[in-house]
Design a protein around this ligand. Structure first.
Ligand SMILES: Nc1ncnc2c1ncn2[C@@H]1O[C@H](COP(=O)(O)OP(=O)(O)OP(=O)(O)O)[C@@H](O)[C@H]1O
Ligand SMILES: [Mg+2]
Length: 494
């Protein structure tokens, strides 16, 4: 080896180490393949540089994989449980971390889906409940309510329970704001404030809302709207009262009927006999006596009609269905409603030829009396000549479907468009206490509907109304032949 070569080699070596120190692993010393020391050194340099380059490459790769893994952990922490890392299956630290990430992400995903499902279940149960539910915090402020509660009184979130309850229910409001962990209220009657500031009767139950550690966090209040229940109860009471009154009326009518029969018969007999004598002596006192007795006879006749109508009205034989003539029915009903109508309107009848209908006579009289009474009550007292209750009967439909109809017209106050949809509601009345109960139309509609019919209404505010009952004609094959008029022999009865 000569000196010049040594110098060149030493420069190569120096350059190589300088580049190596600068991180450049591509530097090489040219080999001479003479298998001398220089060649051996150049070979060693090549091997070392390659090893270092490899190490650097793998270092770069690990850095990138680590950065990607960190990013995935951040995504997971942000709540994306679908994130997954690619595995190398080399069993090194990075691969273990990727495995952990995938497992944690999948487990968390399942857990959250399950929690979501449970939450949705609870939510839908709460919203589907018929009873109103109110969750209060431990100070009695509304935290949430369900749909049923919102429909009843629309409580505001954050409002104090005393704003939900009626003003005079402050004692309950205070109890609800100071509940202890084991306090319970069951079925307490109270009033809520309705959307229009009205009082809503409610039955409430309340219990403490405790967390998993048993600590009080608020109150769960369940409220039931009592209006329907109370209406049903009142209806039942009223029906019972009406039934009792009906039975009583039927009893009284029955008791009157027998003595009345012989009073009438004896009056007929007396008038007939006295008339004969009076005819013989027209200037004598008997003429006046006959006139007085005749007046009594027509009085007795009226009593007989009233008793008959009362009996048909009071009969509780709802299931007895017969062929009914609407024209005959009108006369009975008018007889019963005379008192109501007398001072308010004159009555006009326009009877057509309605077909017979199948129904319960007593019930239909009840319907008609209510319609006539309603018509009369819509007219102020004092001007009967200027007002009218007009009853019209007739036939409608065609040969395939024939109907009998009966109209009750009045010239009364009429019904506003707002009120019209509510008049058939049970207990809906615009009349003062003691005059109306709001029962008439709802009962009438039910009765007519059970007979396959309907009630139509037309009304003009300030002008009057028309209520029309429409009932299907009795099937032709069931209509009985007209019986010959009954002949009544006059004789003395004792
Ligand atoms: N012919 C009518 N003219 C004007 N308003 C009427 C007429 N008929 C019914 N109404 C209205 O409908 C309401 C309900 O009538 P409904 O017969 O059901 O009850 P009511 O007459 O008030 O009481 P009840 O029949 O129990 O004595 C009445 O209060 C009245 O406001
Ligand atoms: Mg009425």
């Amino acid at each position: 080896v000569n000196g010049a070569d040594d110098g060149a080699f030493a420069r190569h070596l120096l350059e190589f180490f300088t580049r190596l120190a600068g991180g450049d692993f591509t530097a090489r010393i040219p080999r001479n393949f003479r298998r001398d020391h220089e060649d051996a050194l150049a070979f060693m340099v090549e091997v070392v540089a390659e090893q270092l380059a490899k190490k650097q490459q793998s270092h770069f790769e690990s850095e990138a994989a680590l950065a990607s893994l960190v990013e995935k952990f951040v995504t997971l922490a942000a709540g994306d449980f679908t994130v997954r890392a690619e595995r190398t299956h080399r069993g090194d630290t990075l691969d273990t971390l990727a495995y952990l990430l995938n497992n944690v992400s999948a487990e968390l995903g399942d857990l959250v889906a399950d929690t979501d499902h449970q939450r949705m279940l609870l939510e839908t149960v709460l919203e589907s409940m018929l009873d109103g539910v109110l969750l209060l915090d431990s100070n009695g402020n509304v935290r949430r309510s369900n749909a049923a509660m919102a429909a009843m009184c629309a409580p505001k979130i954050g409002a104090h329970v005393s704003e939900v309850l009626a003003k005079d229910e402050h004692e309950l409001a205070s109890q609800l704001s100071h509940m202890r962990a084991h306090d319970v209220f069951r079925q307490r009657d109270t009033f809520f404030v309705g959307p229009e500031g009205d009082r809503l009767p409610m039955t409430v139950s309340a219990s403490a809302h405790r967390d998993v550690h048993g600590e009080l966090v608020g109150v769960v209040l369940v409220a039931r709207d009592d209006r329907e229940l109370k209406k049903a109860r009142a209806h039942l009471e009223m029906t019972e009262r009406l039934t009792t009154m009906g039975t009583l009326a039927a009893g009284v009518a029955h008791e009157i009927n027998n003595p009345l029969a012989f009073i009438s018969a004896n009056l007929d007999y007396a008038v007939e006999e006295l008339e004969k004598l009076a005819n013989k002596d027209p200037s004598g006192p008997l003429v006046e006596i006959v006139r007085a007795l005749s007046a009594s006879r027509s009085g007795a006749e009226r009593v007989r009609h009233i008793v008959r109508d009362l009996r048909s009205f009071a009969r509780s034989d709802a299931e007895v269905i017969t062929h009914v003539s609407l024209n005959d029915l009108c006369d009975s009903a008018l007889g019963l409603a005379t008192n109501e109508v007398r001072n308010r309107a004159r009555v006009t009848k326009e009877y057509g030829s309605p077909p017979l209908v199948l129904g319960n006579e007593g019930r239909l009289v009840q319907v008609l009396v209510n319609l006539i009474q309603n018509g009369a009550q819509s007219i102020k007292t004092g001007a009967p000549a200027k007002n009218e209750i007009r009853i019209v009967t007739g036939v409608m439909g065609d040969a395939n479907a024939q109907f009998a109809f009966l109209d009750v017209h009045d010239t009364g106050c009429g019904i506003s468009e707002d009120d019209l949809p509510r008049i058939f509601d049970l207990f809906y009345t615009t009349k003062p206490v003691g005059v109306g109960m709001g029962l008439g139309l709802s009962i009438s509609l039910r009765l007519v509907q059970t007979m396959g019919g309907r009630i139509d209404v037309e009304s003009q505010l300030g002008k009057g109304s028309r209520f029309r009952i429409v009932l299907p004609a009795a099937p032709a094959e069931t209509v009985p032949p007209r019986s010959p008029p009954r002949t009544s022999g006059r004789h003395r009865v004792t």
